[in-house]
Design a protein around this ligand. Sequence first.
Ligand SMILES: NC(=O)c1ccc[n+]([C@@H]2O[C@H](COP(=O)([O-])OP(=O)(O)OC[C@H]3O[C@@H](n4cnc5c(N)ncnc54)[C@H](O)[C@@H]3O)[C@@H](O)[C@H]2O)c1
Length: 354
Amino acid sequence: MTVALVTGALGLVGAEVVRGLLDEGFDVVGVDNDMRARFFGAEGSGAWMRPHLEALPGYRHRELDIRDADDVTRVVADLGTSLGAVVHAAAQPSHDWAARDPRTDFAVNADGTLNLLEAVRCHAPDAGFVFVSTNKVYGDAPNHLPLVEDGTRWRVHPGHPFAERGIDESLSIDQCLHSLFGASKVAADILVQEYGRYYGLNTGVFRAGCLTGPGHSGTQLHGFLAYLVKCALTGTPYTVFGYQGKQVRDNLHARDLADAFRQFLRAPRPGAVYNMGGGPRRAISVLEAIAWCETHFGLRVPWRYDDRPRTGDHMWWVTDTGRFRRDYPAWNDTWDLPAIMADLHEGIQARLRE
Ligand SMILES: NC(=O)c1ccc[n+]([C@@H]2O[C@H](COP(=O)([O-])OP(=O)(O)OC[C@H]3O[C@@H](n4cnc5c(N)ncnc54)[C@H](O)[C@@H]3O)[C@@H](O)[C@H]2O)c1
């Protein structure tokens, strides 16, 4: 039986990927030390996910820290050539948090990625390797596009090449404000590309926009839609930071992302880089998401406005997934925005009742 290794298995992305790879026929080893609880407190902990995963046939959990090179090497070496796929989704995922402790952020995001790459190069060089990068590698470059403000959202000027399909991989990642998180992810992103291009490993980089799903342990610092829906359900005040609340995010269900990874792992293209997100059809501004909760779920969101935007935050991000679709035409992203919102509402409500 071929084995897959998934780091960050208790997180939003990792848990969906575990399920997707079990369906694909892999046995799965999940690595996660619930460091999310250290980043965001008990509210952000993914510990609740572990028994759900351990109930799945074929799943084994390893509670280790990816910063520990020896532990990472041991796990990968033990699996050896039975290791067919790696999805690296463990991370410090918040740009606000990174500014509090840049060393820890870099150690997890950059050094942790290097530890995995080296272990795979030495012990399982044929394995497919997916890295979950982020659109924050583009820093605040999207804010320098010609943006126009309308009633509830920012838009890129209709004459701009990104207006119709969103932002593609041609945007520079250089010479802009990234946040410390963006910088540590750039380091990891480039390392993963290099292990594909220089060493010929089967690596792929997926620069994700907003990912979501009921598996997200949303907190104010990470997990915008999940946290907003949780605030709506619990009556917790929600703070909107800057840009008049008109900042736009496109949202991709983590299950659709997991399917994209499966497509890549079936036929990896070493060193490939893909922007990955919900695209124009699943784009929504913060103000519109608040209105959605009110109109569709009958929930009043108690929100306040802080006119200081988060450092490096995007005013408008919509992903052009054209490159990935051309390389992997079988990818079928099925969750539209109403389905995503309904799933969040139902899933978070169920968790609150647990
Ligand atoms: N959620 C999003 O909107 C989004 C957007 C773009 C990119 N991403 C990227 O996707 C990846 C997964 O994000 P997510 O939303 O699932 O985050 P998450 O916080 O839900 O999951 C990450 C998991 O990694 C684990 N982890 C952190 N440090 C670790 C360490 N040192 N050792 C072992 N495990 C550790 C955490 O405990 C957590 O369970 C990250 O790389 C993130 O940057 C996420």
